[in-house]
Design a protein around this ligand. Structure first.
Ligand SMILES: Nc1ncnc2c1ncn2[C@@H]1O[C@H](COP(=O)(O)OP(=O)(O)OP(=O)(O)O)[C@@H](O)[C@H]1O
Ligand SMILES: [Mg+2]
Length: 225
């Protein structure tokens, strides 16, 4: 599903060059649940952004679903992202003026339009995530855990091949974090591929594979029971 060879991302700050990704070789199969760990600045978010087609690499190769991403233009890459990728962020990134339902529908708007079926699916997703009574609430009328569940529904609306989540529980208390992680575990059991960044061992323990980055490189990559 995901394959990279020698993935490179270099940031320039004045004279300085920071190799945020310094030769990442990676293969992730459909149905995996991967946790990405590593110290602050090791390149975790950069990797999520590049794999999630929010940003393009400066070198190396990347195939998503058999398609070489680097060969795509900006528009094609955005279209691929809209159709095949779901993103969940630490700070939720919901649009404040839109209802929960309209936030969930947003990616569908870009990926083919909102049909009655899509609207039903958005409602069903929110119901499934325990927000059936909150469809028309705006983000500031929801708790942190509820906001993150709206963000997860939004990530799922287009049936993504993979969900990337960058510290999705970073802004949540420990009980709510456990609820959100239980949700990711359930989704993965149903076949959803999940790649999730976390600082916390007990969060990573939900995954079946743990990749540790250091200085833009893969320091370790192990499967767990
Ligand atoms: N837009 C940018 N411009 C310049 N340097 C950047 C930029 N974004 C990230 N970096 C640098 O790239 C490196 C990797 O950053 P990244 O955000 O991927 O780390 P991270 O592992 O996600 O860290 P954290 O755990 O703190 O979120 C760091 O040295 C960072 O300072
Ligand atoms: Mg980060």
């Amino acid at each position: 599903m995901i394959r990279t060879e020698g993935l490179l991302k270099v940031y320039r700050l004045g004279e300085e060059r920071i190799r945020a990704l310094d030769g990442i070789d990676l293969a992730i199969e459909a149905g995996e649940f991967v946790a990405v760990m590593g110290p602050s600045g090791s390149g975790k978010s950069t990797l999520m952004h590049v794999l999630g087609c929010l940003d393009s690499p400066d070198g190396g190769r990347y195939w998503l679903d058999g398609q070489e991403v680097a060969a795509l233009g900006d528009d094609e890459r955005s279209a691929l992202r809209a159709r095949r990728i779901g993103f969940v962020f630490q700070a939720f990134h919901l649009l404040p003026r839109l209802s929960a339902l309209d936030n969930v529908l947003l990616p569908a708007r870009y990926a083919g339009g909102i049909t009655p079926e899509v609207r039903d699916r958005a409602t069903a997703l929110l119901q499934r995530l325990g927000l059936g009574e909150r469809l028309h609430h705006r983000p500031n009328q929801l708790s942190g855990g509820q906001r993150q569940r709206v963000a997860i529904a939004r990530a799922l609306i287009n049936h993504p091949a993979v969900i990337f989540a960058d510290e999705p529980t970073g802004n949540l208390d420990s009980r709510t974090s456990r609820e959100i992680m239980t949700l990711f575990v359930e989704l993965n059991r149903e076949g959803q591929t999940v790649v999730l960044v976390t600082h916390e061992e007990d969060i990573a323990a939900h995954a079946r594979r743990i990749i540790v980055l250091r200085d833009g490189r893969i320091e370790s990559d192990r499967h767990v029971a």
